[in-house]
Each structure stands twice: as C-alpha cells, then as structure tokens.
Ligand binder design. Structure first.
Ligand code: PGA
Ligand code: ZN
Length: 422
C-alpha cells in the first residue's frame, strides 16, 4: 500500500487562527488527515512554526498569521519524496529532519513537518490495520493516562484575569480514566455555579475551555477550586488535588517576577519562597513552569528543598527538546516534563524525548496546545507511548472533548490499566 498523494492546506484552529493540515491519500482509496495545534504562551526554544508575516502572502490573510508558505513546503518540497512509497513513519521523519539544516525547522516550518509526520503515522497504522495507539505499543495492556484538567484559566489564555495560567485538578483517587473525567466534570460544573455567586461571567470560557474568573491573588483562585472539590463531596488531597501551570516565563521581566493582579514583584529568591509557600499551604501535587524558561538556577535550587512527592514539570523549560532535557536532568532542574509534539516538530523525535525522560524516572505528561483542532491524535500518542498523564485543557470545547472522547473510546475497546502516578 503506497502514498498516492499528500496535500498540505490551511485550516482554522480553536482560536480561529490558521494552522496546517495534511491529507494523505493511500492506494487503497482511504485518506488520512492530520492537523497541527498552536500555542499562545510559546517558549523561546520551541521548534518554529512558519507563518506568513512579512511575506507576499501576508497582508490580506489573517493579519499575517496565515500558513500558506508551510503548506507550499509540504506540497512542493515534501510531497515528491513521499509519493509512491509505503507510509513509513521512521523513514519519513528521518527524511524530514534532513530537509531542514536548522535544528528548529525555521526554514520549512515545524507546522509543516509535524502535519506530515502525523499524517504518515496515521496512514501507517491504517496500512498495518491497527490503531494509532497500537502503532507504538502493538501488544499488552495499554496504559490509560491520568488527566490533568483546567478549571481556571488566566495569563495568556484569558487576558490575564489571573496571574498564573492554569489552576487544574488531578483526580488521583479515581480508579479509571472515565471515573477521573466524571469527577472533574462535576467540579467544573460546580465551578460555574460557585463562580456565578462571586458575580463572575461564568458563561464565558478561556482559550482552553477553563473559566476566566478574575482573582487578584493566586491563593484565592486555588482556595476557590478546593471549595469546588468539596462542593461535589470529594476530599481535596485524598480524591482530587490541585495542579498549577504558573507559566512563569510570561511573568519574568529583567530578572524579576511580576504578578500584576496581586500587585507584587519578586526577585528570583523571593519568588522561590512564594512558590514554596503555595506548595506548603495547598493540596498541590503538580507545579508546571514555576520559573522562567532560562532561569535554570531557580529550578535547581527549588528542587533541592521541594517535597519529594511534588511533581515539578518543565514545559517552556524543555520545549520537548532532547538537549534541554539532558541539561535539566544533569542539573536536577525538575522531575517531570510536559511533552508537546509541536514544540518538537516530529512524532518520532517527540517520542525520543519522552523515552529519555522516562529512562531517568521523570513523569511525562503529553499535552495539547491552547490553539487546538478537532483532531484526536494526541490521545492515541499519550496511550501508545505510555505517557502516564495527559493535559488537554478543560472539559469544555469540542477541540478538547475530541481528545477526551478518543480516550473514552480506547478505554471502551482496549485492554488497559490505569495507575495513578500520585
Ligand atoms: P500554550 O499553553 O499552548 O498557549 O503554549 C499551554 C501550556 O503552557 O501548557
Ligand atoms: Zn505550560
């Protein structure tokens, strides 16, 4: 079975911004489409998505955010090498890597490479008559991931209604993925009712489907979510705990951490104390990007005194980049990594980063972006890779539900195990 055609074209993401899709037609008449996501709080060290700003395509197309150049690269540079061949993910990724001399794919665009890499992976799974998850784990029980779900949004996803980007929950007391999702959905619904009592516009949702309730202090936001957990009859710390994505890179300016809603400014040392106090005083089991992407020193110093059971997650710190992960391991900067395929640009290279992290006993969390599509490949990757955890945003929004629903389908149809990493 061979590739008859592959076409790159522009589609819209959940923020209404252009993104890249690739559709691949196989000789058996089937087609396989992959759409790539896009971030808002983008790390400096991520692979580069190609946008048309400043090019002849730009002016009339989505204020320069169009991705026609990336699509053209699929159609003109990549397609001729894929045509007529069996859809082989490893070989294709190897070829894509050699196509761009830069490490971050700035010439052909990581949005172009990832769309092709994913479409090939889907087509290969089809050719082998297995699911995308099973392409990576053909035998044995699949590991269903623990979901980390957004309840409150702030920062770059919600016009800074709150200083940190996400307050999330992890239902580690649940016995299955679907039970965890049901508990969290109940908490999310109660947050609407309780938020309305505070006079918040709870009919509005932020980029990832979370509620954008204005809270001046981070502690108040956390207390609110704790009260929502209690409102549904679950016990904070035993059944469900908090997680936070501080997204600190967004708060970092010339050596200081600025929290505009709290009206606070911290130097690196006092910000470490602020984060330590949050961890001490709240049922918080996971904290992501507590420090800025290049403030390595704060990460390592924080880890020295952090409670051993606390999950400290690098997102902007690592940007799913093997070299940065290796530095983080060498410097004991964290004990977990957020894994985002579009920060990397290739499926196999993303998996390489995840495996390298797991080999050093890091927890791994496969993650969506704030700009998503209806595509659900992330769910298959999280399961097939045995990531252990997944972060997709909230339970609201069909681009989020697409991933949850695919996980529910895998749970309903596959042999699985569900093990809490907490
Ligand atoms: P982004 O945010 O997709 O806007 O970069 C997600 C995250 O920081 O985890
Ligand atoms: Zn993050």
């Amino acid at each position: 079975m061979n590739v008859e055609k592959i076409v790159g074209y522009q589609v819209l993401d959940s923020r209404g911004r252009p993104t890249v899709a690739a559709v691949l037609l196989l000789s058996d008449g089937t087609s396989h489409t992959a759409r790539v996501p896009s971030g808002a709080s983008v790390g400096k060290h991520e692979a580069r998505e190609l946008r048309d700003q400043g090019t002849p395509f730009a002016e009339k197309n989505y204020r320069g955010t169009s991705v026609f150049a990336a699509c053209n690269n699929i159609n003109n540079l990549i397609a001729p090498h894929v045509h007529g061949k069996y859809p082989d993910l490893l070989k294709t990724d190897y070829f894509l890597q050699t196509l761009d001399s830069t490490e971050d794919f700035r010439n052909i665009g990581a949005n172009a490479t990832l769309a092709v890499s994913l479409a090939i992976a889907k087509a290969q799974a089809h050719a082998e008559k297995i699911s995308l998850a099973r392409l990576f784990q053909p035998e044995g029980k699949l590991k269903m991931p623990m979901p980390m779900v957004n309840i409150l949004s702030g920062g770059a996803h919600a016009k800074k209604t709150m200083d940190v980007q996400d307050v999330l929950v992890i239902a580690h007391g649940a016995h299955s993925f679907s039970e965890a999702l049901a508990w969290i959905s109940a908490i999310r619904e109660v947050a609407i009712v309780n938020g309305a009592k505070l006079g918040a516009p709870t009919h509005l949702v932020a980029d990832e489907g979370g509620l954008a309730i204005p809270f001046k202090r981070v502690e108040e936001a956390c207390d609110f979510v704790v009260s929502c957990i209690e409102s549904v009859g679950l016990q904070p710390g035993r059944d469900v705990s908090l997680a936070m994505d501080v997204a600190s890179t967004q708060l970092y300016h010339e050596g200081s951490y600025l929290l505009p809603n709290a009206g606070a400014k911290y130097d690196a040392q006092s910000f470490r104390l602020f984060i330590s106090d949050l961890v001490k005083n709240l049922p918080l089991v996971s904290i992501e990007d507590p420090f800025a992407e290049d403030d390595w020193n704060s990460w390592s110093e924080f880890m020295e005194d952090a409670p051993k059971q606390l999950q400290v997650v690098g997102d902007d710190l690592y940007t799913t980049n093997l070299k940065r992960l290796e530095k983080g391991i060498a410097e004991s900067a964290s004990n977990a990594i957020l894994v985002k395929p579009n920060q990397n640009g290739l499926v196999t290279k993303t998996l390489e980063v995840l495996k390298a992290a797991q080999a050093k006993n890091f927890n791994t969390i496969v993650s969506a972006r704030s700009g998503e599509t209806e595509d659900s490949w992330l769910a298959d990757l999280a399961v097939g890779w045995g990531a252990g955890q997944i972060k997709v945003g909230s339970t609201h929004g069909s681009e989020r539900a697409a991933k949850w629903n695919r996980l529910l389908e895998l749970e309903a149809t596959e042999n699985w195990e569900f093990v809490s990493p907490f």
